[in-house]
Design a protein around this ligand. Structure first.
Ligand code: SF4
Ligand code: SF4
Length: 440
């Protein structure tokens, strides 16, 4: 066997930082998935704010009286987010935030059309530098059209939280729809203008200098939170190299990770250094950067899960409490509600008219049936015994007592039953006075 044959049989092990090869495509999928989720959450009816019906979850109105659902939901989400910040830091910004997603996309488009150094805005005062061979009016126009198109699409996303998809479709196809609020087109255009300004000139300046949410996340960051670690033992590889810094859209130097820096753990620098090493014939081994959990600065690496729960004990408890409260709220959710109160009309000096107010909280058709117990048939009349709801809504039904009731207190019950099985009873105490003053 020749030496070449022997060498070809030795397996070549490609050295990479663990996970670096899939980090970039994975992040892109997560970013796109998040945008899709932001549309699917309201479009599927999971959560939205109906202009007429208020907060709606899974086609069910959630009132402030559904306190366990509301409080449980927010406590659960807030404590989960706190746990996430504590474990993986500002990963939300680098992997999910729509502002960062669109800013990165805008940077890519600008780079493709105007060149790598064509920063649309730089607070350092550096002038925008367009590559000489890309200085064409067409490139500027194409970039402007792309950025405007993205703004038009992005501005539609919040609308899904207020309108069902079919109404949004009427909006984008310029059809009239009674559900659309007057002046919505103006509000939309203002949103498009704000987004266009953001996508064109602000981009990551928002992340660096304006985002309160990112600052808030840093409150939960510790030395053990996910961070970039740098292999100082091979720092000689970095001579004359700036590749990782150039790849960071926040202009950070990942070789100098500090506890409360602005890193969003996007991993772009990890991928850059790893690619550099995998392609270089001079630089041996994997890249010098990687995403790491644990307190390497203290010289000890505590168990990830144990360390995490140690730090996030209160948040873990809050998550469990939130989940339990939410489950209890869902289990005791009332699909409808009704009350009986005196109508404002007087029959002479006696108050004999009542109003049965029924509210149905589910956006599906339902039939309700009303009966009155505790009064003789000829002592009252009711406008209708059956009420139909085509979706959530509220209806009034008049109940009229006879003027011939004997003097004194009369207790009776109004019972409402739905075809779905829901039933509720309301107790009424009516005072009939022969002197002509009615009280209840
Ligand atoms: S890309 Fe890697 S080799 Fe280059 S400067 Fe950054 S850490 Fe050093
Ligand atoms: S330092 Fe690296 S991981 Fe952090 S934001 Fe910059 S490119 Fe992303």
């Amino acid at each position: 066997m020749s030496a070449n044959d022997a060498l070809s049989k030795i397996p070549v092990v490609e050295e990479h930082v663990p996970g670096a090869k899939i980090l970039h495509p994975l992040r892109r999928y997560v970013q796109l998935g998040t945008l899709l989720l932001l549309v699917l959450i309201p479009a599927s009816g999971l959560f939205r704010i109906d202009p007429g019906a208020g907060i709606v979850m899974l086609d069910r109105q959630v009132w402030f009286s559904d306190i366990f659902i509301l409080m449980g939901f927010w406590v659960f989400i807030a404590s989960l987010l706190i746990m996430m910040y504590s474990l993986v830091g500002a990963v939300f910004c680098g992997w999910m935030c729509p502002q960062n997603t669109v800013s990165e996309w805008a940077n890519t488009m600008t780079e493709k059309l105007l060149g790598r150094r064509a920063l649309m805005m730089d607070i350092s005062g550096e002038r925008m530098q367009v590559a000489a061979r890309r200085k064409s009016l067409l490139n500027y126009i194409v970039l402007a059209v792309l950025l405007l198109g993205a703004s038009l699409v992005y501005a539609l996303i919040p609308m899904f939280y207020f309108y069902p998809p079919q109404v949004i479709w009427s909006f984008v196809t310029f059809q009239s729809d009674p559900a659309l609020a007057n002046g919505l087109r103006w509000i939309y255009m203002v949103c498009v203008f704000v987004l266009f300004t953001d996508i064109t000139v602000i981009r990551h300046l928002m992340c660096k200098y304006m985002c309160i949410y990112r600052v808030w996340q840093h409150s939960f960051k510790t030395r053990e939170t996910l961070h970039i670690s740098y292999d100082t033992t091979r720092s000689d590889h970095c001579a004359n190299c700036h590749y990782c810094v150039d790849s960071c859209f926040l202009d950070l130097d990942p070789r100098q990770p500090e506890l409360f820096d602005s890193c969003v753990n996007c991993g772009a620098c990890v991928v850059a250094c790893d690619e550099l090493h995998s392609k270089s014939k001079k630089l041996a081994g994997p890249g010098l950067l990687q995403l790491t959990l644990g307190d390497e600065w203290k010289g000890k690496y505590r168990g990830m899960v144990g360390s995490f729960f140690n730090r996030a004990r209160a948040a873990t408890m809050a998550t469990i409490i939130g989940a339990l409260a939410f489950s209890y709220g869902v289990a005791t959710y009332e699909p409808a509600s009704f009350s009986v109160y005196r109508a404002d009309t007087n029959q002479g000096e006696q108050i004999l008219d009542y109003r049965i107010n029924i509210a149905y909280k589910i956006n599906q058709p339902e039939n309700m049936h009303i009966r009155v117990e505790g009064l003789a048939q000829n002592d009252f009349s009711i406008d209708k015994h059956d009420v139909h709801f085509s979706g959530f809504g509220r209806q009034d039904v008049g109940l009229h007592l006879s003027g011939g009731l004997s003097e004194g207190l009369h207790r009776f019950r109004v019972v409402v039953t739905a075809d779905s099985g829901w039933t509720k009873t309301f107790q009424v105490v009516h005072f009939a006075s022969l002197q002509g003053r009615g009280k209840s």
